[in-house]
Design a protein around this ligand. Sequence first.
Ligand SMILES: C[S@@+](CC[C@H](N)C(=O)[O-])C[C@H]1O[C@@H](n2cnc3c(N)ncnc32)[C@H](O)[C@@H]1O
Length: 233
Amino acid sequence: MKTIKKLFRKGLIASGAPIYSANIRWPHDEGFNDARTRAKTKGVSGIPDDRCFTLYKTASAVSNLEGDLAECGCRHGKSTRFILAGAGIESDKTIHIFDSFEGLSAPTENDRLPSGYTTWKSGALASSEDALINNLQMYEHMARIYKGWIPERFGEVAPRKFSMVHIDVDLYEPTLQSLEFFYERMTPRGVMISDDYGSLGCPGAKKAFDNFFADKPEALLELPSGQVIIVKA
Ligand SMILES: C[S@@+](CC[C@H](N)C(=O)[O-])C[C@H]1O[C@@H](n2cnc3c(N)ncnc32)[C@H](O)[C@@H]1O
């Protein structure tokens, strides 16, 4: 049995699947596992555990900073739940959630892979606002939803400051528009996270971050999960 397990593990490692050592703390984090269990029991599909942990810990780490939370691209709200769990149910922060609920906007030239192919199609990943609301149960008091195409409704939060912004819209245009709007509203030491930066299928998201931060002082910290983090100077 042990040999079969070892062979299986070897096979997974060889295939490039992420294998987390039993010596690593994060998969055993009690608060995170609690959030994971709740998300699972509600049948929420979405981003993998390591990315959820990044969101959970970041939301917790910024809890003492001034400023609200925001998410551009929530789909069913799996990522949103981990941000909210990390902030904590007692938090006085609000998360401002922006999504078309009609899926992706139209890809542009900047979203083409080197092969010329585009992974995404307009309308992909559409979901319903009701599914999000259902998945945010117990956090309703912390969430505001802005249905519409980015950046149409950004103006409604223009006077606010932000301590954490999660950007997960897969494409160049809405990623760049999210950066352009939120960057100057970030509290110093606030964190911006891209879900898509390291995804080979989302070249536009990486391009948007690389272009936007080319003349900024912040470093782009790329994580093995595929995310990238910047801490506002
Ligand atoms: C990959 S999904 C987000 C997944 C979610 N963050 C999670 O982890 O479960 C991308 C989302 O971005 C939204 N989206 C993409 N382009 C958009 C745009 N231009 N304006 C508004 N929403 C957009 C889609 O509707 C979709 O819900």
